[in-house]
Design a protein around this ligand. Structure first.
Ligand SMILES: *Cc1c(COP(=O)(O)O)cnc(C)c1O
Length: 373
């Protein structure tokens, strides 16, 4: 039986595992990546430990402590952490079930909280209605930050590329992102900053470096062992002894820099994106009885251990800390209970066979949400 995975470095085939494990980066790779991003996205660029640190630097550069910012009501803990690290107040905005981005008709309900800015994340690579958002940012004097974790290479409906609209763009090169070097990030300041930001310059911790270095190899071994039902066990063991770190636990650190080999690999991936004609959009479906769907998918060889979202702010173990406003974000709560999403490396035929399993469970018939591609 063929195995299809979400998580466990599933995007890494044998060749890519070797390449990652033995990649050697130099200082020049960091400056090349910095220059590439600076010219592609139009602004001074700093390389960071991960995406949340990049986002926190973007926020610190333009906002005052205590400012409120609007963030997507369906997001990753990393975003919340970045907002907190910059000493800002998050305003969770409910999402639309069609594209997992802001529900525009509820926008007015956020205004009493006096937002000073808005972070767009283009969830799973579905672009926001940027024209409408820009109108609002002008009308209410909001600073627009683009979180690029899901949407590198994606274009907005008016043809502009994600990352070229806001005052800053924050990139994550973490696991399962469009640019995936296991960890790493970058921030591009597209307009002059208000508060001077120190570029991260402390060498990565040895333990962090080694975890990033060997994760694809460990992931590959675990995937292999799934055939004899030991993969999950080994992965849990590796997490327990801290040889593998879950993405959400990757600490925010404004001072540490990226590993040099990650900078080298990230630049290669950015350049390859420009050439490939594939869309980075992650397909999602809303299903009833998700547990049953997952069971049937697993039986067919689709392993979904790392289901991206089970709560409006993932992962589950951080959700309680957040005091998420479930009453004002009903769609976010609903979607988190019903979503299944497929990574973009699945082939058409993989998707079609999964679709046969999913179809009877779709909350709306004929649903092919995220079909933008
Ligand atoms: C993953 C992610 C980030 C940043 O993640 P890091 O793990 O810190 O690199 C930021 N925003 C969103 C929406 C994400 O999914």
């Amino acid at each position: 039986m063929r195995q299809y995975f979400l998580g466990m470095a599933a995007e890494y085939n044998f060749r890519r595992i070797l390449k990652h494990t033995f990649a050697r980066g130099r200082e020049i790779d960091c400056s090349r990546l910095r220059q590439f991003l600076a010219s592609k996205y139009g602004g001074e660029t700093m390389l960071c430990k991960n995406g949340r640190s990049a986002l926190a630097l973007a926020l610190k550069a333009y906002f005052e402590p205590g400012d409120a910012v609007i963030i997507n009501g369906f997001t990753c803990y990393a975003v919340y952490e970045a907002v907190k690290a910059a000493k800002l107040i998050p305003i969770f905005a409910d999402i639309s079930k069609d594209d997992l981005n802001f529900e525009m008709k509820k926008f007015d309900t956020l205004l009493p909280k006096k937002p000073k800015g808005i972070i767009v994340q283009n969830s799973l690579g579905n672009p926001v209605d940027i024209v409408a958002i820009e109108k609002l940012t002008k009308k209410y004097d909001l600073m627009l930050i683009e979180d690029m974790a899901h949407c590198v290479g994606v274009k907005y409906s008016d043809g502009r590329e994600c990352g070229t609209v806001g005052i800053a763009a924050a990139f994550s090169f973490g696991k399962d992102k469009v640019i995936d070097t296991i960890s790493g990030g970058a921030v591009t300041f597209r307009v002059p900053v208000k508060h001077r930001i120190e570029a991260p310059n402390v060498t990565p911790k040895k333990s962090d470096h080694l975890r990033a270095r060997f994760y694809p190899l460990f992931g590959g071994i675990c995937r292999g062992l799934t055939q004899i039902h030991l993969g999950g066990l080994l992965m849990r063991f590796l997490v327990a002894i801290h040889w593998v770190e879950k993405s959400a636990d990757n600490r925010l650190d404004l001072k540490r820099r990226i590993s040099k080999f990650e900078a080298k690999l990230a630049l290669e991936q950015f350049k390859a994106l420009g050439r490939a004609d594939e869309s980075p959009i992650r397909r999602f479906y809303l299903v009833n009885n998700r547990e049953e769907v997952l069971k049937q998918l697993a039986y067919a060889g689709y392993h979904f251990d790392g289901l991206w979202y089970k709560q409006p702010v993932s992962p589950e173990r951080y959700y309680k800390k957040i005091h998420f406003p479930e009453e004002t974000c009903p769609n976010s709560v609903y979607v988190a209970k019903h979503i299944i999403n497929f990574p973009n490396y699945y082939s058409k035929s993989d998707l079609e066979s999964a679709m046969r399993i999913i179809k009877p469970f779709l909350v709306e018939e004929d649903q092919w949400v995220g079909k933008t591609s």
